[in-house]
Design a protein around this ligand. Structure first.
Ligand SMILES: Nc1ncnc2c1ncn2[C@@H]1O[C@H](COP(=O)(O)OP(=O)(O)O)[C@@H](O)[C@H]1O
Length: 287
């Protein structure tokens, strides 16, 4: 795997506590002077983790429905690093009987972003649990989603690579509306068949549905936030709050833009190629 040798490693061990501590300092700073971002503060610089050799610390960006979860999860299996999706952490929490459940349900079902404080706390807990199991490295999906989250992350560790997945908006909406999830195993499927003709210089795009296997087919549900109205709101919020994160990483030379050429069979090998991962590995991972 050619790409791996280039990737520096950071200990996840203290990253979780660093993120929470850095966040507390951000809060303190913002109470004192809103104009000073946390990562510039003297205190939070002291918390910064130095990279070690070998780990993968990647981030997946992209609009709702683009397939961040699908490709991040495939790469996580391929590379043997955990896939951490903050959307999954939020859904676990809102389905629990915890104190945040009803507040989260309301926010998510309106297509709004959860507060940075809650997201950082959920992410820190997930990283701590991973640390206890000896995990190292990560592929983050759905985080960072605001410039503030990106600054906090940048202040505590080195992200090696940020993959920005892109797809035409008509396809995004159709994919969200067609998404189905198995309540038992949590896998995502899609009943939509996307066939968008090329126009005004934009290439057409064709994506087959992704049918559920017989064991999942009777247990499919739709996410409550995958309605047309809420998806449109999620897209609006993405353009307003999350798209600036693309520029944040572009200006740091970390952003890899990837236009999805079609469905998984077409896109997966091309993504591996773009990531400079070897053909041999490609065949075994695609199996
Ligand atoms: N980093 C984050 N910051 C704030 N809210 C988040 C974050 N990650 C997930 N969420 C919340 O969880 C919801 C679902 O997230 P996700 O599954 O990643 O959705 P999407 O399909 O829109 O990318 C979001 O609409 C938002 O309410």
């Amino acid at each position: 795997m050619a790409a791996l040798s280039r990737i520096p490693k950071t200990s996840i061990k203290s990253l979780s506590s660093c993120i929470s501590r850095s966040f507390s300092i951000t809060k303190l700073n913002s109470e004192i002077d809103l104009k000073v971002p946390s990562f510039l503060s003297h205190n939070s610089l002291l918390l910064r983790q130095e990279p070690k050799e070998g780990n993968i610390q990647w981030v997946f960006l992209g609009c709702p429905g683009v397939g961040k979860g699908t490709y991040a999860s495939r790469l996580s299996n391929f590379l043997g690093v955990p896939h951490i999706a903050t959307g999954d952490l939020v859904r676990e929490e809102l389905n629990s009987s915890g104190p945040l459940a009803s507040q989260l349900k309301e926010t998510v079902n309106q297509g709004k972003l959860v507060s940075d404080e809650i997201i950082i706390s959920l992410l820190s807990k997930r990283l701590q649990a991973g640390e206890a199991k000896g995990e190292s490295g990560f592929i983050l999906d759905g985080f960072p989603r605001t410039i503030r989250q990106a600054e906090i992350l940048e202040g505590v560790t080195d992200i090696d690579l940020v993959v920005n997945l892109k797809l035409r908006e008509e396809a995004l909406l159709a994919k969200c509306l067609g998404r189905r999830i198995c309540v038992e195993c949590g896998r995502n499927y899609n009943i939509a068949c996307i066939d968008i003709k090329g126009e005004n210089g934009n290439p057409g795009i064709y994506m087959d549905p992704l049918p559920a296997p017989p064991q999942c087919a009777p247990k499919l549900i739709q996410r409550a936030d995958d309605t047309e109205e809420v998806v449109k709101e999620r897209l609006r919020i993405y353009y307003e709050k999350s798209q600036p994160v693309e520029e944040f990483y572009r200006s740091r030379g970390k952003l890899l833009e990837f236009d999805l050429p079609g469905g998984i069979p077409e896109s997966w090998p091309k993504l591996l190629e773009a990531l400079n991962l070897d053909h041999e590995d490609k065949c075994s991972a695609a199996a």
